[in-house]
Design a protein around this ligand. Structure first.
Ligand code: TYD
Ligand code: MG
Length: 452
């Protein structure tokens, strides 16, 4: 083997080094560098492009990447319409969030439509998977289960059974005989992924990999794999709420904007087609400290409630800021603008902010909803009935434009809202029965939104 085909990778942080050191130069861990041999021949991540003369873009048929729908509508939507042959998809998420459940359901509905699926588990026994499968009503003779942790053995089984879809649960449980490290370490996870990637590409076999993320920042985790795989999906949510959000973090075959919503039931994950209605179902209209915003994740508008509670902080203690479901930095920015530009003194107050349903919304268009919820809680003011708001809050307290206002207004109208406080600017025609009140700054927004 040539010398330049050997790399050293830190098993703790994933840093690469051309030579071995006793201490990782990046994270300082001792004895953590592991030899990593790149496979002989061309690197496994090389795209299998036909060699030859260049062609014009118009001569290439983009439809050769035809997709096969899995049958789980929300999953297909997030993938951009279905599963691409030969694609390697990483499904990342906290342990216990529902990754195995989702992929078992996907495997079963894909198998019913397109033929055999091979579901490989390195974490559970076959009877555990079969038991879950029975609970999900996904038992099928086209769904092959295999308890195996060695990627070479998986490749052999793929050759023998020629499945149409391969699922490997999880990448942290796999090992390759080409590496001597323990399963779950950076070098093993990389080696196994490289092996499965070349298997997927060489036999046009779509493959899903499960990857756990840990709160501590994913040691040997999916972060490291993001550049190797074609698509990264993330399953998120509050384990207690029942809702699960499926997001696309990276997609070589489509947009990353789409979002899927599921509900965890006793029979597995069920797609939620009307996500807005589900998220607003438990809202108490007329409560101070609550606002509704039409957020837009990808092409899908989603009505979410923002709740805030402002309460006097205990004396001599730093006031608390607790933010769930929104970006912490943005929330602090909006609180500072409220204090400085809208005369709401929050320095001595505890502020709690939450988006019910375990949903996380991060676009700046949520700013105005947050500002109104916080101001409403502080002043005990209630937002007018059937009124929502949307807008980015600037540092001078101005309300800034948001993209695709028309889609957001249509979603509000569909759910019975009759008024929206929004940024000024060229208004497209509002839906029938919907009043749009354009506001330029926070004080105008307060006057427009709160009942007098
Ligand atoms: P699981 O798919 O095993 O999570 P992961 O693979 O991400 O670790 O499922 C996690 C939880 O989901 C588990 O605690 C039980 C719950 N669950 C249900 O509520 N309903 C179901 O039908 C199934 C299969 C699981
Ligand atoms: Mg699992």
């Amino acid at each position: 083997m040539r010398k330049d085909r050997i790399k050293y990778i830190c098993d703790r942080c994933g840093a690469e080094s051309p030579q071995w050191h006793g201490k990782c130069q990046s994270c300082g861990e001792w004895d953590a560098l592991v030899e990593f041999r790149l496979p002989d021949g061309p690197p496994a991540v090389t795209r299998r492009a036909p060699m030859g003369a260049p062609v014009t873009a118009t001569q290439v048929d983009p439809d050769t990447q035809a997709r096969s729908p899995s049958g789980l509508h929300e999953l297909d939507r997030v993938l951009g319409g279905g599963i691409v042959p030969g694609s390697l998809v990483l499904l990342a998420g906290d342990p216990g969030i529902g990754k195995s459940t989702l992929l078992l359901q996907a495997a079963s509905s894909f198998a019913a439509a397109h033929g055999g699926c091979l579901y490989v588990t390195g974490e559970e026994s076959l009877s555990q998977v079969a038991m879950r499968s029975r609970r999900l009503h996904t038992l099928s003779s086209r769904l092959l289960l295999l308890a195996e942790s060695q990627v070479e053995a998986i490749a052999q089984q793929v050759e023998q059974t020629s499945p149409q879809l391969l699922i490997v649960d999880s990448v942290q449980a796999m090992y390759s005989s080409a590496s001597t490290s323990l399963p779950g370490t950076v070098s093993q996870v990389r080696e196994c992924t490289a092996r499965l990637l070349s298997l997927a590409k060489s036999s046009a076999l779509p493959t899903f990999l499960v990857g756990h993320v840990t709160k501590e920042g994913a040691v040997a985790g999916p972060r490291l794999l993001e550049h190797m795989v074609d698509t990264v999906l993330s399953l998120e949510g509050d384990r207690h709420s029942g809702y699960r959000l499926l997001r696309c973090v990276k997609n070589r075959f489509g947009s990353t904007d789409e979002l899927g919503l599921f509900q965890m039931t006793e029979n597995g994950l069920r797609g939620v087609p009307d996500a807005s209605a589900a998220l607003l179902a438990e809202r108490r209209a007329g409560a101070p400290g609550s606002s509704v915003i039409p957020s837009l994740e990808g092409t899908r508008p989603l009505l979410v409630e923002i709740q805030a509670l402002v309460a006097r902080a205990a004396p001599h203690v730093t006031p608390r800021r607790s933010v769930t479901g929104l970006d912490y930095g943005r929330t602090c920015l909006v609180l500072a603008v409220l204090e400085k530009r809208a005369g709401i003194p929050l320095a001595g107050e505890d502020v709690f902010v939450n988006v019910p349903g375990g949903i996380r919304v991060t676009e700046p268009a949520t700013d105005l909803g947050l500002a109104l919820a916080v101001a409403g809680s502080y002043q005990d003011a209630v937002i007018r009935p059937s009124t929502a708001c949307v807008g980015e809050v600037g540092l001078t307290g101005e309300i800034r434009a948001v993209p695709r206002l028309d889609r957001r207004l249509a979603e509000l109208a569909r759910h019975g809202f009759r008024c929206c406080v929004a940024p000024p600017g060229p208004q497209k025609r509002a839906p029938d029965g919907m009043q749009v009140i354009a506001v330029e700054d926070l004080s105008q927004a307060f006057r427009a939104a709160f009942s007098s």
